[in-house]
Structure formats: structure tokens, C-alpha cells
Write a protein that binds this ligand. Structure first.
Ligand code: ATR
Length: 274
């Protein structure tokens, strides 16, 4: 049967094997999907070895997304612009194609939760790799504004500049420090790793428009500090579990040309969170 895997280091806690195995079972697809801890200094070697053993595709997570980007012989335009690859596909000709599905995962999850991005005012917190991957798919939905705010203001401004050429002129795309943030916003996406340490970016209390959604790319059994803070200020909190499932679904589609049903897989993962 066709083999797939997720590469990371460490990789022990990855939920990807569970997710893709559940997707495959929906159509009695006999593909297999495992987790592989690649050596930090030889990602390309790990991919070659996997292909030699019958591997057809892979997901790539921390810290290999840039290594994966570099080894691809062909890239999707969005992966090229993101400078990172989370999905490898082995072509019929043996060439390796790379894509990034994280951003489309975020957009699909927001849509799943009924968020309308067209015309919306969107604030994205953070300017690291995670945020770089979501700007293009967000812009494609035609929001009125995308502000990128970051602790290091110049990184946010730089990101806005990097994506300015993709902006069709409908969106006010700009970046700056947290002190430059003036609401209200309809959607606020936390893409910083601040919540890992229980930190909260310094943000104004009147950040949220009525009916706003606060989205954290992180998730866990308990709401993140950002989501607790946002709920207290009237926003609807949504965590990143659905983004994880939707990015996986997009990768799965590229490999198997079938769109899995994400709802039961969301439910399964939510139940398992402790
Ligand atoms: P990732 O790939 O997850 O995006 P990253 O590239 O290291 O990781 O980026 C981490 C992001 O979280 C950055 O935007 C970082 O801000 P800086 O660019 O100023 O470093 C942000 N971040 C990390 N810890 C933070 C904290 N305690 N408060 C605010 N922002 C934080």
C-alpha cells in the first residue's frame, strides 16, 4: 500500500498519524501513515530513504519546514512565497513537489466557524514562520484590512511589504508594533508563540468589534491565555485544533485526490484532549 509519514524532531506527540489514518478509513483507503523522527542535520537524506522504501508523500513539521522547502524540485506559488513546505508529494516522474497547507487550513477553519473574511478587519499577531504561511490565503479572501502586529515591529512591517504585491488593492495591508494597534477588528488571529509561556501580547481593551472572533493557532485541553483574555472582552474564542485538521485535509487531498470529512476527525481529537 502507499506510504505516507510526518517528519519532525521531536515527533512523538504528533496527531498527524491519527488524523490521516482516520481520513483514509473514511473510504477504506489502505494507505499507511506513520511518524518519523528525522535527524536534525539530514532531512533530505531522511526523505530520500523514505521514498526508496515506497514513500509517496509526507507532512513536515518543526524544525524541517525550511529544509523541505530547499529540497523540492517544484513548489506551489504559495509555498515559494511562504519560504516553507509542510507537504511533500512524490511526482510520477520521481520529482519532489512541495506545498504549504497551513494557511488554507486557517482560512477553512475560520469558514467552518462561520467567519466571513470578505470585507473583514483582520489583525494577525506575530511575524514568525507561522504567520508568514497564512498571509496569502487570508488576502485571497478579500478582507478590508490585514494588520500584522509583532513584538519586533520591523518584522511585521517587513512581512506586510513582502506580501504587498499580492494585494489586489482591496485590502489595507500594514504591519507594526503592538503599540500601533487600534481596533476594532472583526477577526484577531494569535500566531505568536507567546501563549506557550503563558504570556499575552500587550493589546488594547477595545480590540474587538461586536461579534468578533478571536483565533489562537495553539490549542489544548484548556483555553489559551489569549482566548481567555479575548472571551472576557466579548470575542468568540476559537482554538487551532480545526486548523490542524484542515491543513491535514488539504495535504490528504493533494496525495489522494479526495476531500476527507473533517467534522468527525475534529470531534475525535477534541474528545481525546486532556
Ligand atoms: P513560529 O514558526 O511558530 O512562527 P517563530 O518564527 O520563532 O515561530 O516566531 C515566533 C513569534 O512569536 C514571533 O512573532 C515572536 O515575536 P518576535 O518576532 O518579536 O520574536 C512571537 N513571540 C514569542 N514569544 C513572545 C512573547 N512572549 N510575547 C510576544 N510575542 C512573542
Amino acid at each position: 500500500s502507499d506510504r505516507y509519514c510526518v517528519f519532525g524532531h521531536p515527533i512523538g506527540h504528533s496527531k498527524s498519524p491519527q488524523i490521516h489514518t482516520a481520513f483514509a478509513a473514511q473510504s477504506a483507503d489502505t494507505m499507511t501513515y506513520t511518524a518519523i523522527e528525522a535527524p536534525k542535520d539530514d532531512f533530505a537524506g531522511a526523505w530520500r530513504e523514505f521514498v526508496a522504501a515506497g514513500g509517496r508523500g509526507a507532512n513536515v513539521t518543526v524544525p524541517f519546514k525550511e529544509d523541505a522547502f530547499r529540497l523540492c524540485e517544484e513548489l506551489s506559488p504559495r509555498a515559494r512565497r511562504a519560504g516553507a513546505v509542510n507537504t511533500l508529494v512524490l511526482g510520477k516522474d520521481g520529482r519532489t513537489f512541495g506545498d504549504t497547507t497551513d494557511g488554507i487550513g486557517l482560512v477553512r477553519d475560520l469558514q467552518y466557524h462561520g467567519v466571513i473574511l470578505a470585507g473583514a478587519r483582520v489583525l494577525v499577531l506575530g511575524a514568525g514562520g507561522a504567520v508568514r504561511g497564512v498571509i496569502e490565503p487570508l488576502l485571497a479572501e478579500g478582507p478590508a484590512e490585514v494588520m500584522i502586529a509583532n513584538r519586533t515591529a520591523e518584522k511585521a512591517a517587513g512581512l506586510a511589504t513582502d506580501f504587498a504585491a499580492l494585494n489586489d488593492g482591496q485590502t489595507r495591508l500594514h504591519g507594526g508594533g503592538f503599540d500601533a494597534v487600534t481596533g476594532p477588528f472583526d477577526v484577531v488571529v494569535n500566531g505568536t508563540s507567546a501563549s506557550l509561556g503563558g504570556d499575552l501580547p500587550p493589546l488594547p481593551d477595545d480590540l474587538f468589534a461586536p461579534g468578533a472572533t478571536a483565533y489562537d493557532m495553539m490549542y489544548g485541553a484548556k483555553p489559551t491565555v489569549f482566548l481567555v483574555w479575548a472571551s472576557e472582552r466579548g470575542a468568540r474564542p476559537v482554538d487551532g485544533l480545526g486548523m490542524l485538521v484542515e491543513q491535514a485535509a488539504e495535504s490528504f487531498y493533494q496525495w489522494r485526490q479526495r476531500r476527507p470529512d473533517t467534522a468527525p476527525v475534529r470531534e475525535m481529537l477534541r474528545q481525546a484532549l486532556t
